[in-house]
Design a protein around this ligand. Structure first.
Ligand SMILES: Cc1ncc(COP(=O)(O)O)c(C=O)c1O
Length: 381
């Protein structure tokens, strides 16, 4: 019998620690649906869904079939030089997912959520001719130099690796713990929006700002969102000043929140949408959907990657969309989310180690706290 720790002890010799936030002594071996098995044969319910990368569950038969068939046909040719039929089909399906008229949108492909957010930064700068990028404290936008410069969720993402890219500014995120006792949605939104505007009133000219990058619901930050009214104010501010609004849907998109895109929970109209993770059910693939005129602002090879839009990932992405539609997974997330909300409300009343509970569809952030101090929950790593 193989033990998890045998492999972990061996791996520790070879695998650099910067590449993993360590939680459990588990080495995964297989997965089916929501169930994972480790090398010792223990089974787990996967509530993490590979950090939101497997919204359709593990090894969905339709997706496995699509991957196998594509592998037999064409494993790869780079979109940097030639279109492939699978990637082209996916591009035409993705623009249909954009808000409004599909003709108004275009898409570029990448390999990871991180490079999708880099593309957001490039296109926003290219289109507006402005350099500054605004994002939120608590954001995780990725680990490449562009996306890490927009992130602010862990000191280890800054420590020893600076200087990060210039022109990046962070504003406070209106997290639920900032709300004053009894404060209404409207008052909370107004007060935090005043904080949002402070940089623009003191040292950050709005007319030199290219893009405001948001996670409508912060994922790694702890599954947290402000009231819709707050995002409406930020969006109106962006619009008023010719600043683009980019929503990072890498973590919270693709049906997790009871809507296909998390921004639909807040009635937002983004200019740019970054996606990745679950779009190919875990195979490496990302994309940015953007308004046509923005996406036409840069020329090749400004955003070219050898393995972007890889046919196997693209085939998996097409099958993923098919599964999400045919199995009504978005509605299912909303429906089961109601059930989960009731369940956790009951548990919260029964157990003092359960702190704040936040659910959007079947996507939840449940704070585990020290009952004595009330501390715990979202801790930085
Ligand atoms: C919101 C968000 N954006 C971007 C990323 C980066 O994606 P990737 O790890 O695929 O580069 C993540 C990853 O956790 C994320 O949660």
């Amino acid at each position: 019998m193989v033990e998890n720790n045998d492999i972990l002890n061996q791996e520790e010799q070879n695998f650099a620690g910067a590449g993993r936030v360590y939680y459990f002594d588990v080495v995964l071996d297989s997965g089916k649906g929501a169930i994972l098995k480790d090398v010792a044969g223990n089974e787990y319910i996967d509530l993490l869904a590979s950090a939101s990368a497997t919204n359709t569950g593990h090894a969905h038969p339709k997706i496995v079939k699509a991957i196998k068939e594509q592998a037999e046909k064409l494993i790869h040719y780079t979109p940097a030089y030639f279109a492939t039929s699978t990637e082209a089909k996916l591009a035409s399906e993705l623009v249909k997912l954009a808000p409004g008229d599909e003709e108004d949108w275009m898409v570029v492909f990448g390999n990871s959520g991180s490079d999708a957010n880099d593309a957001v930064i490039k296109f926003a700068r290219g289109y507006t001719g402005r350099t500054n990028v605004v994002s939120f404290v608590g954001a995780y936008h990725g680990s490449t130099y562009g996306s890490i410069s927009a992130s602010a969720v862990s000191l280890n993402m800054t420590r020893k690796i600076g200087p990060l890219l210039p022109g990046f500014y962070k504003v406070p995120f209106p997290s639920p713990d900032k709300r004053l006792p009894g404060e209404s949605d409207a008052d909370f939104s107004e007060r935090l929006f005043a904080e949002f505007k402070e940089p623009f009133e003191n040292y950050l000219p709005a007319e030199e700002t290219a893009v405001i990058m948001i996670e409508a619901i912060q994922g790694d930050g702890g599954i947290m969102a402000p009231p819709a009214g707050y995002w409406q104010k930020v969006a109106a501010f962006a619009h008023e000043h010719g600043i683009l609004l980019a929503v990072d849907e890498v973590n919270q998109g693709y049906g997790r929140t009871g809507k296909f895109w998390s921004f639909e929970n807040f009635d937002l109209q983004p200019d740019l949408i970054a996606m990745g993770k679950s779009m190919a059910s875990g195979l490496p693939l990302s994309a940015v959907l953007g308004r046509r005129e923005i996406m036409q602002s840069l020329d090749a090879p400004a955003n070219v990657y050898t393995t972007a839009g890889n046919p196997i990932s693209a085939a998996s992405a097409l099958a993923t969309l098919d599964v999400i539609k045919s199995e009504n997974l978005v509605a299912r997330s909303a429906e089961l989310g109601k059930f989960a909300k009731k369940f956790f409300a009951k548990e919260q009343a029964a157990f003092d180690f359960i702190g704040d509970v936040r659910l959007y569809g079947l996507n939840g952030g449940i704070d585990i706290i020290d009952p004595e101090t009330g501390l715990g929950g979202r801790t930085s790593h």
